[in-house]
Design a protein around this ligand. Structure first.
Ligand code: TXA
Ligand code: MG
Length: 316
């Protein structure tokens, strides 16, 4: 079981070191506890998905110490700066276009062209983000389908096996997840209600669309614009045609293809998830006529990998 430690300065520094080393750490925010990992590290991000036990990759919120730090990963416009100035640090997440040269793992953003960023107000989260000095991906620290944890004990009960350390900062004052505001399009859209209300935001930047499920839900996994390669994909084949690239998996990958990348030579699904979007991206840019993808077992993270490959194939 993970150690649950009071979030004193020394423990926060240890948590920052663990995050630097690629481990997962649970920490309090003003909304709920987060399951944090280095957002620039594909393997750490894959470990988050693995720990959550999700059948598909939902894009994760990227936590930063300041708006300046957020501007290195996302493109802010005047509306974004206005609401950030008003509500950060605090329980508001902004969905914005990814910055050029954004260092955040493509897997953390589920391959989207947008990125969700937030500067939390909780003093422990803030101190941790300052100490790490890197973007931290952090979904709520519960297993998929379970309620979000608002106390360190909740996290220990559900994810104690997979986190290196749980920083105990007492109960989360807000208790529900942050408001998610999508400012990547022309009309601002409220994707998830939270402590910062639609009315407050409208007073600041004008009329909002509200995602109420009535008109075309942008629910996780159904997000418009999910990463779709330009190149057609053929699933479950290990024999690329001339001109095709191979996205291989495991030790049985055939040799001799000019353009081949292996998701994991040892057949490790966490490693495969970590490589998925980066490899797809590379092959998509290689100027090939198609991408043949080898079968990935339909188990654990393999289900999320296959889900994403099927979507990518259907989009192409
Ligand atoms: O309060 C919170 O936001 C907590 C704490 C830990 O900060 N985190 C949290 O993360 O609730 P999570 O992963 O449980 O929820 C993230 C939400 C999901 O609904 C996801 O679909 C949405 O944010 N999201 C993330 N990136 C997105 C993007 N690029 N476009 C649209 N929605 C996005
Ligand atoms: Mg959640």
């Amino acid at each position: 079981m993970a150690r649950v430690v009071p979030a004193v300065d020394e423990a926060i520094l240890e948590a920052a070191e663990l995050l630097h080393a690629g481990a997962l750490v649970a920490f309090p925010t003003e909304t709920v506890y987060g399951l944090g990992g280095d957002a620039t590290d594909d393997a750490a991000v894959a470990a988050i998905f693995e720990a959550k036990g999700r059948p598909s990759f939902n894009p994760l919120i990227i936590h930063l110490a300041s708006r300046e730090a957020a501007e290195a990963v996302a493109q802010f416009d005047d509306r974004a700066r206005a609401v950030a100035a008003r509500h950060w640090p605090g329980p508001l997440t902004l969905v914005l276009p990814r910055a050029r040269d954004c260092p955040v793992s493509l897997l953390a953003g589920a391959g989207l062209a947008t990125i969700a960023v937030r500067v939390p107000g909780h003093p422990v989260a803030h101190a941790l983000l300052n100490a790490v000095d890197r973007p931290i991906a952090a979904p709520s620290a519960n297993r998929s389908g379970a309620v979000s944890p608002t106390r360190a004990e909740h996290v220990a009960g559900e994810l104690g096996e997979v986190v290196a350390l749980i920083l105990d900062g007492g109960p989360c004052p807000v208790g529900i997840e942050s408001t998610v505001l999508d400012l990547s399009g022309e009309v601002p859209c409220l994707l998830r209600p939270g402590a910062v209300t639609a009315e407050e935001i409208e007073a600041e930047i004008g009329a909002l669309e509200v995602e109420d499920g009535a008109h075309g839900v942008r629910a996780p996994g159904q997000l418009a614009g999910h990463y779709a390669p330009k190149t057609p994909l053929r699933l479950g084949c290990a024999d690329p045609r001339p001109g095709e690239a191979l996205l291989a998996f495991g030790a049985d990958a055939p040799d001799g293809f000019e353009r081949a990348l292996n998701l994991s030579e040892t057949g490790d699904l966490t490693e495969a998830a970590a490589n998925l979007f980066a490899h797809l991206h590379t092959l998509d840019e290689a100027g090939v006529s198609g991408i043949a993808t080898m079968a990935v077992p339909e188990e654990g993270l393999g289900r999320a990998i296959n889900d994403r490959l099927r979507r990518a194939a259907a989009a192409g």
